[in-house]
Design a protein around this ligand. Structure first.
Ligand code: BG6
Ligand code: MG
Length: 216
C-alpha cells in the first residue's frame, strides 16, 4: 500500500471552471482566424502552456504565423481570458473542493497547487484560497510545460515530499501524463475515456474521498 503524504492540485478544471474560460477565449480566437474550435479539439489545448496551446490551435486551423504574430495572438487570447477571470467570485470554486482540501490538511497531508497557467496566482487570489496551499507552482516558474513532469517535481520539492508519496488531481490528458512521468499517482477529473491512464477517475473533484487514498 502506498502512503500518500501530499496532494497536488491542477487549477483550471479541477478547482474552478476556468478551463471553460480558456476554451471560450481560444474559440473566439479561432473564430477570428476563420475556423471553429470544437470542445473535442479543445481537449488537446488543456494543461499545456499558453504558447503551446496556441501552436496546436494554429496547426488545427492550418494557420501559419510569424513569432511576432503568435505573440500578438497569445496576448489577445490572454486579454479575453483575463476579462472572464476578473469577474470571478469566490463562490465559483467547485462545490466541496475547499472542504476536501481542509479534510486533507486535517489528516496531516500537505497540499500543493501546480498549474501551467501564468494566471494561476491571480485566480486563487480571486477565489480567496491562496492560504490553503503549502506550495504553489505556476506557469512562470517552469521551463517545460505538461506533459513534462517538471511542474509536479518542483511542487513535490517545495512540499518536501518524495514524488512516490504524491497524488495529483488533473483534468487534462497532458497533466495525467506529467504526473505519471513524475512517478506520482494521479486522479483524473472528468471523462474516463479521455483520462484512462489515471489511477482513478472521478467526474468531479469533490467526489474523491479520503478513504479512496487506500485503494490507489
Ligand atoms: C492550463 C490550461 O492550466 O494553463 C491551458 O489548462 C492553458 O488551457 C494554460 O493554455 C496556460 O494558461 P495561461 O493562463 O498562462 O495562458
Ligand atoms: Mg486543468
Amino acid at each position: 500500500m502506498i502512503l500518500i503524504k501530499a496532494c497536488i492540485f491542477d487549477l483550471d478544471g479541477v478547482i474552478v471552471d476556468t478551463a471553460h474560460y480558456h476554451f471560450l477565449a481560444w474559440r473566439r480566437l479561432a473564430g477570428e482566424l476563420g475556423f471553429e474550435l470544437t470542445p473535442n479539439d479543445n481537449e488537446r489545448l488543456k494543461g499545456v502552456s499558453r504558447m503551446e496551446s496556441l501552436n496546436i490551435l494554429l496547426q488545427m486551423g492550418g494557420v501559419i504565423a510569424s513569432e511576432q504574430e503568435r505573440e500578438r495572438l497569445a496576448n489577445k487570447k490572454n486579454g479575453w481570458f483575463r476579462e472572464y477571470v476578473e469577474q470571478m467570485l469566490p463562490e465559483q470554486i467547485y462545490p466541496g473542493v475547499k472542504q476536501l482540501i481542509g479534510d486533507m490538511k486535517a489528516n496531516g497531508l500537505k497540499v500543493g497547487l501546480a498549474s501551467s497557467s501564468k494566471n494561476a496566482k491571480r485566480v486563487i487570489q480571486l477565489l480567496h484560497i491562496e492560504s490553503e496551499f503549502d506550495a504553489v507552482v505556476d506557469g512562470s516558474m517552469i521551463v517545460n510545460a505538461k506533459p513534462h513532469p517538471e511542474i509536479f517535481l518542483l511542487a513535490a520539492d517545495l512540499l518536501e515530499v518524495a514524488p512516490e508519496y504524491c497524488l495529483v488531481f488533473e483534468d487534462a490528458e497532458a497533466g495525467v501524463e506529467a504526473a505519471l512521468r513524475a512517478g506520482m499517482k494521479c486522479v483524473g477529473v472528468g471523462n474516463h475515456r479521455q483520462l484512462k491512464n489515471a489511477n482513478k477517475v472521478v467526474a468531479k473533484t469533490a467526489q474523491f474521498q479520503l478513504s479512496d487514498l487506500t485503494d490507489l
